[in-house]
Design a protein around this ligand. Sequence first.
Ligand code: SF4
Length: 467
Amino acid sequence: MYDLTTNKEWLFAELLDELKLFEKYYGGEPVNVHICDENVLRVMVTIGEEGALYDTAVPCGDPLEIKRLYKRFVKHSLYKALSARYGVCLPWGSLTGIRPTKLAYAYMAGGGSVNGIVEYLTSAFGVSDKKARLISRIIAVRGDISEYSDNYANLYVHVPFCDGRCNYCSFPSADINARGAGELVDEYVDVLCREIIKTKKLINESGKKLLSVYVGGGTPSVLKVGQMERLLDAVGVRGIEFTFEAGRADSVTKEKLDAMKAGGVNRVCINPQTLNDKTLAIIGRRHTAEQFCHAYELARERDFVINTDIIAGLSGENFSDFKRTADGIYALLPQNVTVHTLSRKRASLLASGNTDCEDIAEMMEYAYERFYDYEPYYLYRQKYMTGNLENIGFCRDGYVCVNNVTVMEELVPVYACGAGSISKRTGGVISRYAMPKDIKLYIEQADERMAAKETFFKEGAASTSRL
Ligand code: SF4
């Protein structure tokens, strides 16, 4: 429980997030954030009996921008007070958002240079020098991304089924072995294909150019070959980045990979999460490390670009376990590797999680060392990540995943299909349209929801043209 009060209620949730960053050090003392004077922005932060005063000049300009800067200053003041009180600086400073790279782009859009990113992030948010350099490196690796705009579209297709359930998973996904779920797959694919075809028509009519396709889940490779072929026929594109998630190795067969290849897929994600069989069993995956390596080889023989996800901080794993996984993945030389930090929320639910922050920080350090000849190109954070760290995507030279970058930076609209999928309008105010998460409901409401999605995008186009 957190004893937090403020005289600006609208800031309470954000301030609470800031306080939660210090969860490990917080001892229940009352924390009050009092904004004394809005004309000379002055904030008094009191922790227990001690108070500290912070002030700055009130920014001028666009009211929305002022509000944003105002909020940042108040949050950063609380961060500084907590940091001084507990004698710790956090790697990401006062940042609680999921996209630190966006701040760097906004800074550059305001006239800042790539060389100034480190100074900006360290001084304005208390980000550590190391993490600020990481962001600066990512921006440099991506190069000029200004060509990606609202004139493009990304197509996302969601397959919310898995063969079993991993114990750390927080995605909405149905176990095909559960009663009722397995029988729904075929009907789901039919409805999904209808939605894909309508959505492609919508994209064509908008005049946008399709930039990438991403079939995610769930485990899309759990589909049978025939179902997969129907889905890929509905997508029906060639020659652009086309990713298909084949997350669990036990769902990968030669026939399915051949169907993907024939259907235009050129990038697959095969995600072991760990190469330790004992951990795979603990986390509820029904395959071994050897099965993963076999699936990986099958995909390699077919010349797919391969991404592999691994996780730092899985149940029962120590540094040596993680090192074995990272070394094993490195030896395979995939074009993309994504290293996730287990979110604290999930970690706390696991029976025997090794969630010690220092261990996980060491694991992440090792990932940066191990993949030294890859480039970091993609980074995002989640709320309440263990050790206040990050998820990081590495790529071999020339293999930046365009979908990951443009979705993360919200540069290109996402036309999403399937239960629980979220479409996104960009190019101004970001807005979203969500399909029902419940699979049965999605099937039942598909037609009316597709019509609503069409209106959502058309309204966006109309309001953009009025700007
Ligand atoms: S395979 Fe992926 S989506 Fe399915 S249960 Fe495991 S983590 Fe969740």
